[in-house]
Design a protein around this ligand. Sequence first.
Ligand code: ADP
Ligand code: ZN
Ligand code: ZN
Length: 805
Amino acid sequence: MKVAKVIVDVPTMQTDRPFDYAIPQALEERIQPGMRVWVQFGQGKREVSGMVVALADHADFDGELKPILAALDYAPVMNQETLALSHWLAQTTYAFWITCIQTMLPAMLKVDTIKSVSLSANPTAEAQALLAGQDRLVLDSHTEASVSAQVMRLIDQGALTLHYARKDRAKVKTEQYIVPLKTASEYAALRQSVRANATKQLQVITALRTWVNGGTEPALTAAVNNGDVDRAAVHAAAKKGWLRLDAREVYRAPYDDLDHGERTQPLTLTPDQAKVVKTVDAAVTSKQPTTFLLEGVTGSGKTEVYLQVIAQALKEGRNAMMLVPEIALTPQMVHRVKGRFGREVAVMHSGLSEGEKFDEWRRIQRGEAQVVVGARSAAFAPLTNIGVFIIDEEHETSYKQDDAPRYHARDVILHRAATFGAPVVLGSATPSLESRARAEKGVYTLLRLPSRINRQPLPQVHIVDMREAYKQGGKDDFSKALLDALQLRLDRHEQSVLLLNKRGFSSFVMCRECGYRVQCPNCDISLTLHMDTHTLRCHYCGHEEPIPTVCPSCGSRKIRYYGTGTEKVEASLNQLLPAARVLRMDVDTTRRKGGHEKILAAFGAHEADILLGTQMIAKGLDFPDVTLVGVINADTGLGMPDFRASERTFDLLTQVSGRAGRADKPGEVFVQTFNPDHYAIQYAQAQNYEGFFRQEMAIRHRGDYPPYYFTTKVTVSHQQEEAAAKLIYQLAKQLTDTLSASAVLLGPTPGPIARLKNRYIYQLVIKYKQEPQLDQTLTKILDETQVGTRNGYFVGIDKEPLTFI
Ligand code: ADP
Ligand code: ZN
Ligand code: ZN
């Protein structure tokens, strides 16, 4: 008997291992590792989906095996490499294997289980009343709790029978094609038999004749849009047997126009670029899984280096994967890659619809794409035979996922690179301290692009001391220096970019009378003001309410809006510089699909003089007429109790400064700050990454922070504060007992937000150099606390968390 080892879609610790299932005879030839199956699980008659991870000739289990009920795939959706990757991911992130598998697959491949009940053979009057004559009652998240309870009781009594059904979300898009069914001479004869005034029919026949001659079967919609045929006439002709309509699978191609445009040619490399490309190419050719850290100032031509390295891999018959931070995956970036490699490029990011993502994924899966460009989760794309991996802006925090599995895309890529024997290029103008330190130790190979293309100077950066600004004629959030610089650009018909740093900062509503701030009822945090919808919203749980007109605390009407929102800055700009045309780019103006693209296209077409935005304007934009960059508030992030605050501030200022003067015109940058002497701001002014790196490393060394120490954060939550606190102290003790003397335990403390979604949070952070036991201890903790999950406990483990707060 053949046995399949299946990871079932029941994410708990007890079920986090393969279970044996018998493969029924009918499926014996078909079931393969990497296929989704439908099985019964556990004591009840529960039915769930699962993933076959291996086959075996006999079971490890003595009892009678349950059979696989159905295969959900015709071909595997995971291969050996991606299956192994999912297992590795589960082990290194302390996440359930099934959760990892689901993270790696497109959302459309998630199988929904539909539960319903029907009357049993011995229904009670209550059960009959509940079903009220219907065959089935479907139970879902909309089912009221009281009904659920009633249903459970009736199932226990044997009055109702529970059923499970599956719903695969995957929808393959099809399009109708016209297939001519007759010969050219038959169509000619047909033409004679049709009335002369039946023009639409005659048109169809004429078209069919040319299609037969040309040997083509056109798409119906395209033929109608071309004016070749009338849709109704085609359907009529199909009924008469003149043609057949054939539904064929098509891809949702989000970048169709780019796929068929003209290709760009590789640029002649500068000597610096050539050296880098040559070094990486050699590693591609010799299949060396070397990790290169490419440290190149903004505008040094890193992207061209990536493209030529990719070309080398393709030349050798191998594929390439390139990760770009979500917000840098702009149309400009896609243009540059698609412009070089065309339809061979698959693009994956969150801006695509589920269907588009699924189709891009299938193109990769089927070997129809040779290059994958995408954000964090594209690291899991089922690309095979990979010859080179690239991570652009490798320091970006968006490469780390916040929820389980808490993986860092860089780790995933390094793991896959070792499997494929392929080099990795980590590129950045401001490498993360971790990566730069690894290069220092020789773990990574450091490559440099020290100057901008054409030796263009880096923009001149002015620091504006905001403590003095108002004495010197500044208004609202603007210093006089920045206003003058903006005015100069208006006079010269050049463009400016203004950054409003939103890190550590949000708009809120406060009562001026009593100081009351509106709080989320579920979380210990103030609600954020959203002017577009005129509501207050909680960014953690999604709670939303109208802006009060009367203070809920003291009844005063003096409710005021606080915080420098982009809208407020836009309003003052309109007053201070009435002639300037301003485009605003933030979460509110880019929420709709394509909003981002539209704003950038308008700015590129000079429909505005100033682009005002949040962090999302700092990356990857390349507009030749931007000669001024202004940072309205450089230091909001510096005040955060986060050991990476300086690094983030330095990165942001360096990146945004890089947006100025990228073409032939020199650029200027004005950074407004209340901390003009802070070293992060000073080094950013000098665009001196190496200087910043040395000083920051010394500070990290003194504080025993990464990269000198590894860190792991353990979080506990419970609806009762006491329960959460008790457990975290218990875990702290358990950890201290097993850790060596060199390890440091921070906490336990209440979480930075002490209550989230009505759950109290406690946390602790472990800092350590070498703890061979730690992995085992943490796994054990997860194992043991799982029993408590039913009592409302939740334990999360985050290796190398982005923040301790
Ligand atoms: P980075 O990614 O390092 O910020 P880019 O790759 O965007 O830099 O390059 C900056 C500009 O220089 C782009 O407009 C790019 O087309 C141009 N460029 C890059 N390499 C070359 C080259 N070898 N010759 C001419 N122009 C180049
Ligand atoms: Zn009040
Ligand atoms: Zn909330």
